[in-house]
Design a protein around this ligand. Structure first.
Ligand code: SF4
Ligand code: SF4
Length: 361
């Protein structure tokens, strides 16, 4: 099989994070600080990424600014001509800290917001004072001349703020907003009953986004990740398994997607033992669901198989017990009615209490 190089690397620098978002897609079992890759190893991995043809690195976590060596890591990316995108909650970053990252060569900031009002946002993030800090940081990002994207993860307890999220992003001077309906992995799966919107709410939000795109055309780009549980066909999860992105966990495990560890039986190579290129090309975990040969029916004879690449393996695992099964988000899947039943049942529950992502690192 001809395997083209990945276009992006998701570098999960740490699982530590001062926020406690109940929709967090990090695994329930989080990597501790003592097990994190050191600076030298990250630099070597980033050089290997550049040699592999990777053009863009997403510095993520947890909260990447919890790492004291972040500026050094960014400077190394600049040295290797890799574009850097910092995905941050923003609450740990001072003006001076931001300036240091900018001076090191940072290209872009993706700043997450939990809601548009202080009390609601701080409740969802489980962090008092967080929203005000984010507003201040957004202003500094724009003032310094960095490109800003606002990230908003949508669920039942903030779906009514969709329009206000876009208005906030415009007001802050962001050039792009990513409205992502919650993906139910990790902590989000544990909180599904408190997060799942109703079918009608999801439909309304999708229509609203269409009208917002028209209203703000030329002012801000609105990207949206549609709510899987109510979709007709699945999304091409991570652009297709082993096709476009490579994910390195805080402890150095190399994953085809950040939730891949939920699939039992897959072995993940570690950057401490092998080069990124060797892992990308030969790791059994990457080759397990690469391409289309592994697909069962109805995917195997479906005309969309090279459009959505069979959807999401982790979702198939979570809802059907087998990663090989057709993604239950697909209306052609034998498990689709089961998924819709789960969605309907979760959405109608009165549960609004969160199980917060608490982690002492
Ligand atoms: S989703 Fe929330 S808790 Fe999870 S890493 Fe991002 S800011 Fe931290
Ligand atoms: S049957 Fe498979 S390939 Fe076809 S749309 Fe559904 S998930 Fe995609």
């Amino acid at each position: 099989m001809n395997i083209p190089p990945p276009i992006g690397l998701l570098a999960e620098l740490t699982h530590r994070c001062p926020l406690q978002c109940p929709y967090c897609s990090n695994p329930i079992e989080l990597d501790r600080k003592s097990g994190e890759l050191d600076t030298r190893t990250w630099k070597r991995v980033l050089s290997e990424a550049a040699a592999l043809g990777i053009l863009q690195v997403h510095l993520s976590g947890g909260e990447p600014t919890a790492r004291a060596d972040l500026a050094e890591i960014i400077a190394h990316c600049r040295l290797e001509n890799i574009y850097t995108n910092l995905i941050t909650s923003g609450v740990l970053l001072s003006e001076k800290g931001l300036r240091a990252l900018y001076d090191a060569g940072l290209d872009h900031v993706q700043l997450s917001f939990q809601d548009v009002e202080v009390a609601k946002a701080d409740r969802i993030g489980g962090y008092k004072g967080g929203h005000e800090k984010k507003l201040a940081l957004a202003a500094e990002v724009v003032a310094i001349g960095l490109l800003l994207t606002v990230n908003a993860v949508i669920h039942r307890q903030n779906i009514g703020s969709t329009e206000a999220f876009v208005e906030l992003a415009v007001k802050l001077g962001a050039k792009r907003i990513e409205i992502a309906h919650t993906q139910y992995y990790g902590w989000a799966l544990a909180n599904r009953k408190a997060l799942m919107p109703t079918h009608q709410q999801a439909l309304d939000a999708v229509q609203l986004l269409e009208s917002l795109r028209r209203r703000y055309d030329g002012i801000i780009v609105i990207d949206a990740v549609v709510p899987d549980y109510y979709a007709r066909f699945p999304k091409a999860c991570v652009g297709g398994w082993g096709r476009r992105v490579i994910n390195v966990s805080p402890s150095g495990k190399v994953l085809p997607c950040h939730a891949a560890e939920t699939i039992p039986g897959l072995f993940f190579d570690n950057v401490k033992d092998k080069s990124l290129e060797a892992i990308w090309l030969h790791s059994p975990a990457f080759n397990a669901y690469r391409g289309t040969d592994w697909m069962p029916e109805p995917c195997q004879s479906c005309e969309r198989k090279e459009i959505d690449w069979g959807g999401c393996r982790c979702q198939a695992m979570a809802l059907t017990g087998r990663a090989e099964n057709t993604d239950p988000a697909c209306s052609l899947s034998a498990f689709n009615s089961q998924m819709r039943a789960i969605a309907g049942e979760s959405a109608m529950t009165a549960d609004s209490e969160f199980r917060y992502r608490r982690f002492d690192g």
